[in-house]
Write a new protein. Structure first.
Length: 350
């Protein structure tokens, strides 16, 4: 056996020993199935989708919102739709480090996923929008993003019989206006839900839905002395809907104060909204500026306690994680991916 082959064998043995040691510490065998979920684990199960009283979902509203979400004619130059940046095939994000708006304008922040925004209480990385309806108009009204001329857009919608019929069915007695456009898009976005991942099935009672490694990662995730992830990625949607400075380093001149621009509290300088981890496997790159390419990059960032600690959150600290812990944690996050449903582009009214 060559020296290279011996080295590779020893590396595999070391990983195996780490795995066995981790299992022994938790009182399980490396060959056991994942333990059953306990009553305490049930708090991860998502409840019904919240809906505002003035925009309760109906099939007609969802159908209208789907058309508007995919219609590029709502943008200033007719080339961008909501789905351009929130692409169903890319985890309802865009797969880019930071978003790209109208005429190829490179934006300063990554595109958040639409997945499970129905459960959010605040919206955008800095929380400047307070409802899903309000958020729906945000990119349209931003000159660097969709740059929608609402006068022209509403005239277009009012001139198309198919759209007139859809609005009449969805919002009878209400005009075709910014408000009804926002409500319809929000109604559609509330259907983009991930609540049936393998982890969800395990919590619901299917002990075989996750692997032992994924279960170990779950233990690391929720242990305050290990990953301490649950302090921000709280149940049931893996977010506390709060804002934290997690130690992201910015190039000089490219600093982003985040939530501080909205609320002038010193603790919020460089703080950004906690994203959900549901479907996180599909939505990289990660962080508000897309600087983490992989989930392991994310774990490594937290393990070293961030990079810029000048105003870092009190909950971000150096973590005592070995390589097996990190691998297990990544495996657990991948178990949060739900079933991918078809979201083909609808036939748009002409």
């Amino acid at each position: 056996m060559s020296l290279i082959e011996k080295s590779r064998l020893m590396a595999r043995v070391r990983v195996g020993v780490l795995t066995l040691a981790a299992c022994a510490a938790m009182g399980v065998s490396a060959f056991d199935a994942a333990p059953k979920a306990t009553a305490d684990d049930k708090h991860w199960l998502l409840g019904p989708v919240p809906q505002p009283q003035d925009n309760v979902s109906t099939p007609e509203r969802v159908e209208l919102g789907r058309a508007l979400f995919f219609d590029p004619r709502l943008s200033g130059n007719g080339t961008l739709s909501c789905a351009t940046c929130h692409n169903p095939a890319l985890g309802w994000s865009d797969g880019l480090k930071t978003g790209v708006g109208i005429n190829g304008t490179v934006l300063g922040r990554a595109t958040p996923t639409v997945v499970n925004t129905a459960y959010n209480t605040q919206f955008m990385w800095d929380g400047r929008k307070k409802s899903l309806e309000d958020q729906a108009l945000g990119p349209m009204k931003t000159p660097e993003e969709m740059k929608t001329d609402f006068g022209n857009a509403l005239t277009m919608l009012q001139s198309i019989p198919g759209y007139r019929e859809k609005f009449a069915r969805a919002y009878p007695g209400e005009p075709i206006a910014e408000e009804t456009v926002a409500k319809a898009i929000a109604a559609f976005e509330r259907t983009v839900v991930s609540n049936d991942s393998r982890f969800d099935r395990w919590v619901a009672g299917d002990a075989g839905a996750i692997t032992l490694q994924e279960w170990r990662g779950y233990q690391v995730f929720k242990d305050p002395a290990k990953g301490n992830c649950m302090v921000c990625h709280a149940p049931p949607n893996f977010t506390d809907n709060g804002y934290h400075n997690i130690g992201i380093a910015h190039a000089k001149g490219a600093e982003d104060l985040g939530r501080f621009n909205i609320r002038k509290a010193a603790v919020l300088k460089g703080a950004f909204k906690t994203p959900t981890l549901r479907d996180i496997e599909l939505t990289g790159p990660y962080f508000h500026n897309g600087t983490a390419v992989t989930l392991m990059d994310v774990v490594d960032h937290y393990a070293r306690g961030g990079d810029d600690r000048s105003n870092v959150s009190k909950d971000v600290r150096t973590l005592e994680l070995n390589q097996q812990d990190k691998l297990d944690l990544v495996a657990f996050m991948k178990a949060l991916t739900g079933s991918q449903r078809s979201a083909s582009i609808p036939a748009l009214p002409q």
